[in-house]
Design a protein around this ligand. Structure first.
Ligand SMILES: *Cc1c(COP(=O)(O)O)cnc(C)c1O
Length: 360
């Protein structure tokens, strides 16, 4: 029995079917099976094929598994950048991608705008030597959501550079044309409503080619999670290490659940819930969305300026068994963050708004 409702940014509310899938996993001995055996290969292939069907990923794209999105930042830089990366940085997560490149001693460049803002694409100059361009589709620290059309346009301008997009806190909401991008990555504890500890990265043939070139040149591409190593094992429907088998199993089952419900229905419901939420704050006398320009406001994670009411809102809701997120970093005491994922039903959102109404 679930007793709390989580609107936190991640981990968040688990998808309603997760509990029964965990029971199934126990019944099927998923916790004990070998990661070198046929049963695991079935799980691996079901996740890979399921993601390709669900998200409409081109056949020639590879899907690799990691421990988190944080790990993927590092692996992308190691495997796709010899010298220079360029980062669109409008908050803490985009900045972490940039910092990761710096920590790995790359020449990391960035276009940085203030928190709560999106980018002025016309004004950005991406140097010709740039090997990888990093975007954060949904900046979870501020609630700014980018438009994929803008990222495709950047790719079109700089076809030689690989474009990598963090979709951790938006997937499966956006419709993505993977053929116009080189790396799209996420972890599963947000939109997929699963336990943390599994990252997924979808890679274009160009990204794999770049990784192969760097490997050949003798660049430091890492060890067990180099793309070459991952590819060698993926070709056998395996992973180099003993992976998070349980989470892979659960991801397979959730993909099936999403397919049964229909991604279009899931997306429509997210829009409906986002509209409900923003409508409430639109009419509120003092609590306002942090992102001033409506077209840049996230559909999957609302960040609201609540000032001195912040603590009272969070603690009062918690007493009612509703957990919402505090602001990110320096906004901890002045913002609230409310996730709007497939796990949250319209009734859940109504309940939250009802409680918020009584609070303020
Ligand atoms: C949560 C989050 C991450 C980090 O995910 P981990 O699974 O903790 O590594 C990265 N980017 C964005 C946009 C996020 O919201």
């Amino acid at each position: 029995m679930k007793n709390r409702l989580f609107f936190t940014a991640g981990p968040s509310q688990s998808y309603p079917t997760v509990a029964s899938h965990v029971q199934d996993a126990l019944k099927r001995d998923i916790l004990s099976i070998s990661h070198r055996g046929g049963e695991f290969q079935v799980i691996f292939n079901n996740v890979r094929n399921g993601l390709k069907r669900l998200l409409d990923i081109p056949e020639e794209y590879e899907i690799f598994f990691f421990s988190s999105a944080t790990e993927i930042w590092e692996r992308l830089i190691q495997n796709c950048v010899q010298e220079t990366s360029f980062h669109f940085d409008n908050g803490a997560f985009g900045n972490r991608f940039y910092q990761t490149a710096k920590q790995l001693k790359k020449k990391a460049l960035r276009y940085n705008v203030s928190d709560g803002e999106s980018f002025n694409y016309g004004s950005v100059l991406i140097p010709h030597e740039t090997e990888l361009i990093g975007f954060t589709h949904n900046e979870s620290s501020t609630g700014v959501m980018l438009d994929f059309e803008d990222m495709y346009a950047v790719k079109k301008q700089r076809p030689d550079a690989l474009v990598a997009v963090d979709v951790v806190s938006s997937i499966p909401y956006p419709v993505i044309d993977f053929s116009r991008l080189d790396a799209v990555f996420f972890s599963v504890q947000k939109g997929f409503g699963l336990p943390a500890g599994l990252g997924v990265c979808i890679l274009s043939p160009a990204a794999l080619k770049k990784a192969a070139q760097l490997t050949e040149k003798g660049a430091n591409v890492g060890s067990y999670h180099s793309f070459a190593e991952l590819k060698a094992y993926a070709d056998k429907a395996q992973t180099p290490e003993t992976p998070n088998v349980l989470n892979l199993y659960l991801l397979w089952r959730i993909i099936e659940d999403f397919e049964k419900k229909g991604l279009q229905t899931i997306r429509t419901e997210i829009d409906e819930k986002a509209d409900m939420l923003y409508r409430f704050f639109y009419t509120h006398h003092s609590w306002k969305p942090f992102v001033k320009q409506e077209q840049h406001r996230s559909r999957t994670l609302a960040v609201i300026e609540t000032g001195e009411d912040t603590k009272r809102i969070i603690t009062t809701l918690a007493k009612d068994n509703i957990e919402i997120g505090a602001g990110y970093g320096t906004y901890k005491d002045t913002h609230i963050r409310i996730a709007n994922f497939p796990s949250h039903t319209i009734a859940d959102m109504e309940k939250l708004i009802d409680k918020l109404e009584k609070l303020g």
